[in-house]
Design a protein around this ligand. Structure first.
Ligand code: PRP
Length: 214
């Protein structure tokens, strides 16, 4: 068994908050961690290996066991049922999933189109509402869809609300709150339980202190 514990980190906007949290929990992340284009970084002193993946892919690396633990958004966990343990709510990158569209536009009675990066979340939401919709899967810039007439509604992440505002869209419904979670591969968790639990405990102390301060 490798002495390294492998952690899958999300690249992009979650990265900074996740790295900040790890540093507060006293993990000695090197300064180049933030700017490097390297996708694998090792911290010898801590026996830690970080892999940097697209946020949507973190859960895949963990599920397949090539990463022992990872930091993944609740949105990704809700979209697909995955064989991973959710260990801790890191309470970072808070945002929510919402239905949005152009203001004053009633949704069609017959199979309105809904564009989303989250086809499963979108279809189960509308199914629960008793509305039959056609889901169109997109990979980004979802707000474009109602603006140019590809779809009547979108299901997407809203963080500051700026993207909706700048593109003249409004929120019609809130589906779920989202924060980042610490997840673990079930086999890794069994084999490396002591190390993983220690990491969970170190992070939990920081999160609890922040909650008390906040
Ligand atoms: C996300 C999301 C929205 C935007 C919301 O997109 O899909 O477009 O952020 O953030 P805001 O409420 O603070 O404006 P992201 O930037 O991750 O890129 P994407 O559209 O390519 O997925």
């Amino acid at each position: 068994m490798s002495r390294f514990l492998t952690i899958a980190m999300p690249k992009g906007r979650i990265f900074e908050e996740a790295a900040d949290l790890l540093r507060k929990a006293d993990f000695q992340l090197p300064p180049e961690f933030d700017d490097s284009r390297k996708l694998v970084l090792e911290i010898e002193e801590e026996d830690l290996r970080f892999i940097l993946a697209k946020p949507m892919d973190v859960v895949t690396y963990v599920e397949h066991g090539v990463a022992d633990i990872g930091i993944a958004g609740k949105d990704v966990m809700l979209e697909e049922e995955r064989d991973v343990y959710e260990l801790l709510d890191l309470k970072i990158s808070a945002c929510h999933l919402a239905v949005a569209g152009l203001p004053g536009k009633k949704i069609s009675d017959v199979a309105p189109k809904v564009a989303s990066k989250y086809p499963n979340i979108a279809s189960s939401y509308f199914r629960e509402q008793g509305e039959q919709v056609e889901i169109i899967k997109l990979n980004g810039s979802i707000e474009l869809a109602p603006m140019i007439g590809l779809a009547e509604r979108i299901v997407d992440i809203v963080s500051t609300g700026q993207t909706l505002k700048e593109n003249g869209l409004i929120e019609y419904a809130r589906i779920a709150d989202v924060t980042s979670r610490l997840i673990a591969n079930p086999v890794s968790y069994r084999i490396k339980e002591k190390r993983i639990t220690e990491i969970v405990e170190r992070l939990a102390v920081v999160i609890n202190n922040q909650t008390l301060e906040g």
